[in-house]
Design a protein around this ligand. Structure first.
Ligand code: DGY
Length: 418
């Protein structure tokens, strides 16, 4: 294991650009939001100042309305599409105009609570919590305008699970007219069979153009978007982050933040119940534009375990994961291998992602589900031993997929092995 940790640290250091890390050289040459926050967990085990810097840099690029963008284009790189000119958000340091799963609140609490330098941790947490809290408030204000307790995603890229089967039907309603010619760059860095399709890319870009035409005004985007999906995994991350912020803020004497965060978390947990499916034994996405649940057996509904959901729901999710464990060799597949849409190589339509395994296991830990946690963590280590620090892996064959030498995969290994 020492050798594996040494290797993982090498990956982090190779992808370190000073004040931020890139997910991997070539395919993703900028700072990505949730990649950064989760990668900070890895740094924190051996370089706490560097871990804090990672999150500080991310929050330095927060918008005035509270949104924290999904990509920060720190330095030009023409090896990525869609770059800053496509987004046109008009920021001095260019960013995209959409967001990503808000794991930063969770990461800050975790890094703070186990810090060796507690003075530094206290200072950093005090500076970061108000910004993270403003981001969480932005979510409930702009992505849940009717106050349901659940936020909607307006672009599949916001979910982090870009081409999940979950979005297929809702995404089909996104038109492609007016999307001009463009050249994808991702397929020059990674095997096209591991990536989203050209048809999906046209729709990704249509949505970007639509939001750009509205001046990236977040008071307008929610109602104007034809794609509005509530993802249980995403909401679970937000709820968990609110809970973590509430807990830490209370200990740091930041009473108002603590109170408001707690209220958002409680409301979210209650609202999650509306997404539960007895039939599939997991949570489901909800298509807000159509007003119906999406019967898709994907990892989003299992990732819900990351939130403080009721114990009987955790128990049911453990059953669900055990069931998945019988039909693949490596937990947890991002889509049910028995479903017709399953594709073990294609990004979020089947492959295993270590960050998801980590978050699910962390949630189950709170409920004391030891046996399944050991299986999930053991599978993570076997995957990396067999196939290296890939972006994601085939849950049946362990084939390494997407980008190689991947920052958050390495960070998760450091986290698991400590
Ligand atoms: C990509 O470019 O594939 C990213 O996932 C978008 O965030």
């Amino acid at each position: 294991h020492d050798e594996m940790i040494r290797h993982a640290r090498q990956v982090l250091s190779d992808n370190d650009r000073g004040a931020y890390t890139v997910p991997t050289h070539g395919l993703y040459p900028f700072q990505w939001n949730w990649d950064s926050a989760l990668s900070a967990l890895g740094f924190a085990h051996y370089d706490e100042p560097r871990a804090w810097t990672e999150i500080e840099t991310l929050l330095d690029h927060q918008w005035d309305d509270g949104m924290v963008p999904h990509i920060i284009f720190h330095a030009p790189d023409d090896g990525y599409f869609p770059g800053p000119e496509v987004w046109g958000t008009g920021r001095a340091v260019p960013t995209t105009g959409i967001t990503q799963p808000p794991v930063a609140g969770f990461a800050v609490r975790r890094i703070h609570d186990r810090a060796r330098d507690s003075a530094l941790a206290g200072r950093q947490a005090r500076a970061l919590l108000p910004k993270i809290h403003a981001w969480h408030q932005w979510f409930y204000r702009c992505r849940d305008p009717e106050g349901t307790g659940l936020v909607a995603l307006l672009h599949p890229w916001e979910s982090g699970r870009d081409n999940s089967v979950d979005w297929d039907d809702a995404f089909d309603r996104v038109p492609i007219d007016g999307v001009g010619e463009f050249t994808r760059r991702d397929t020059a860095h990674a095997n096209p069979a591991h990536r989203p399709t050209d048809g999906q890319y046209k729709r990704y870009i249509w949505l970007v153009q639509k939001f750009k035409s509205l001046g990236w005004d977040n008071t307008k985007l929610h109602d104007a978007s034809p794609f509005k999906v509530v993802d249980p995994g995403f909401n679970a991350i937000l709820i968990r982050a609110c809970e973590d912020v509430a807990d830490l803020a209370a200990r740091l004497g930041m009473e108002e933040i603590a109170k408001e965060s707690r209220a958002m978390a409680d409301k979210g947990v209650a609202a999650m119940e509306s997404l539960w499916s007895d039939e599939l034994g997991q949570y489901l996405c909800y298509d807000r534009a159509e007003g119906k649940l999406i019967p898709s057996a994907s990892i989003g509904g299992v990732l819900a375990a990351f939130a403080p959901i009721p114990k009987h729901r955790i128990t049911a999710l453990v059953r669900r994961i055990e069931e998945l464990g019988e039909v693949c060799n490596y937990l947890i597949p991002s889509h049910d291998p028995r479903a017709p849409e399953f594709d073990g190589l294609r990004y979020w339509r089947g492959p295993v992602w270590l960050i998801v395994n980590f978050m699910v296991a962390d949630g189950l830990q709170r409920a004391g589900e030891r046996e399944i946690i050991d299986r999930i963590m053991g599978d993570c280590l076997r995957l990396i031993e067999t196939s290296g620090f890939a972006e994601y892996h085939d849950p049946v064959t362990a084939e390494p997929c997407g980008g190689a030498h991947f920052t958050w995969t390495a960070a998760m290994i450091i986290e698991i092995l400590h």
